[in-house]
Design a protein around this ligand. Sequence first.
Ligand code: ADP
Ligand code: ADP
Length: 226
Amino acid sequence: MMILETSDLSKVYGNGESEVRALDGVNFSVENGEFVAVVGTSGSGKSTLLHILGGLDRPTSGKVTVDGKDIFSLGDEELTIFRRRKIGFVFQAYNLVPVLSVYENIVLPIQLDGGTVDKQYMQQVIKSLGLKEKLYSFPNQLSGGQQQRVAIARALASKPSIILADEPTGNLDSSTSQDVLGLMKIMSRRFAQTIVMITHNEEIAQLAERIVRIEDGRIVKREESL
Ligand code: ADP
Ligand code: ADP
């Protein structure tokens, strides 16, 4: 089943002479439970694509369907609710709150949203990410890789349909990056979690299950199954 589909997605920034066509007719789909890497050079449109997939920005034209729902048919408020419920974001910067413990960071979005934490599920996520011994630590007591694992746990906490990851290993060294990617792959399988990751790093992209290439705002037809 397709969980995510775009049809003829385009995004134009600016207007008139300073117009930039960041996305140009992107057709792209992701199956439930897939771990897909979107790879492209700087300026190819990856961030723009990820922002639109997550409902952080609206396209100039075209459609994004998540779980069968055309997300841009929603008004701004509904779109925010959709994003909170259905999408988990992981960014290059971990964005952890320094005065909160690891556990408090992980459950913060659920608490802000007035939801309840599924404790049994959360324990499994925490264990799978190797964070069990770190729950009472604070972010500044953790390595970069550990902080990113906390950010991944936080993204998974609300059981989103899709995790969108923007250069999740951008601040990590090569061997830590491979560890984090390996864990993302395990999480994707264990929790039947769909992950779309953007990266400019070819080696990192190879660690996903499938690679989609983007150049000048267009998906390049050569797709690879890994
Ligand atoms: P990538 O993430 O692959 O580096 P981006 O999606 O950030 O690519 O950018 C794609 C193109 O759109 C680039 O030419 C970039 O300069 C331009 N762009 C991105 N965001 C904006 C913006 N807010 N305003 C104007 N141009 C933008
Ligand atoms: P990334 O490393 O994720 O590709 P960028 O450095 O390309 O991020 O962009 C950071 C932010 O600046 C993004 O929100 C992007 O939309 C915006 N941006 C990128 N290029 C431009 C541009 N030419 N003009 C205005 N904003 C831009």
